[in-house]
Design a protein around this ligand. Structure first.
Ligand code: ZN
Ligand code: ZN
Length: 296
């Protein structure tokens, strides 16, 4: 990303009609509601609109919105402005950003085990680790799913489920061979990223946060039915153990103008047709931040 945010650059040059000026006294939240009214974004730059609904720090900017709301806002701008790329940003992209890239995963070796050397390309063009481990487990087996952060997919796990009585009756215990490829994603540099995935990877805020009813300290839960592990009706089981809520916050190394630039970069991935806007189910999870290549 550029070293100076465009909004600062504008202020330094004394460019008038900044987003702040036409925002009047509205808060970013009020401005969002205002701009979502019919026709309010027509003829305005996408960068300016996005910049007018954020709060800003020196290094990052903050939008009090969940990613789907932010996407809805951009969708509305694109409709009202016939998706005119000339109005994404007031400067040609080349004048501001030279080396920036979309946030792809781009590692040199398997993130699970450095010793894994085998690689395979999956149907969507991702380079995955193809190190295979063979395991012998005593039958009968039972499988269960768990989320694999490195492979970005659900993984089947196997375990022995026999009880001790069966063992005592003289039966031979059969072993089953489980073949378990690693599948960790090493690179998705060649993959077309949906816009939602780009936002999820750029977001410096966690996707979910834990909220406790009544704030800190042990309080009675007001959303008992929504607790992940609701207790019995006993009084001591009615205290709030925390709710995993979607974090309505988006934070970026950059401002609204930079965000508009990412919309353009997203489109430019496939010049002949528009890339996917929303992420598929398996693309919803954000990989370990260290795997992603961010801009300087
Ligand atoms: Zn591996
Ligand atoms: Zn609660």
């Amino acid at each position: 990303m550029s070293s100076v945010m465009h909004s600062f650059f504008r202020a330094l040059r004394g460019i008038t009609k900044t987003a702040d000026e036409w925002r009047d006294a509205r808060t970013p939240e009020q401005q969002y509601v205002y701009l979502m009214e019919s026709g309010k974004m027509k003829g305005k730059h996408l960068g300016s609109c996005l910049d007018s609904i954020r709060r800003g720090g020196l290094n990052t900017c903050y939008w009090p919105l969940a990613i789907p709301q932010l996407m809805e806002f951009i969708e509305k701008w694109r409709v009202e402005n016939n998706d005119n790329e000339q109005r994404y940003h007031e400067l040609a992209i080349e004048e501001l950003y030279l080396e920036s890239e979309l946030p792809h995963i781009d590692l040199v070796s398997c993130p699970r085990e450095e010793e894994h050397t085998e690689k395979i390309q999956d149907g969507r063009g991702r380079i995955r680790c193809f190190h295979v481990e063979e395991q012998e487990i005593e039958a009968p087996l039972e499988s269960y799913n768990s989320w694999d952060e490195h492979a970005q997919m659900a993984r089947l796990n196997w375990m022995h489920t026999g009880d001790s009585e069966e063992k005592g009756n003289g039966r031979e215990s059969a072993l089953e061979t489980i073949i378990d490829p690693c599948y960790a994603i090493i690179s998705d540099r060649e993959v077309i990223l949906p816009f939602e995935t780009i936002l999820q990877r750029l977001n410096l805020q966690p996707a979910y946060i834990t909220n406790y009813c009544g704030g800190t300290g042990l309080k009675l839960c007001r959303r008992l039915d929504k607790l992940p592990h609701p207790g019995s009706s006993l009084e001591e089981d009615r205290y709030c153990t925390g709710h995993e809520d979607r974090n309505n916050a988006f934070e970026l190394f950059g401002d609204g103008w930079d965000l508009a630039y990412y919309v353009l970069k997203w489109k430019q991935q496939t010049p002949s047709h528009e890339p996917p806007w929303r992420a598929l189910w398996e693309e919803q999870h954000t990989p370990d931040r260290s795997a992603i290549v961010y801009n300087d």
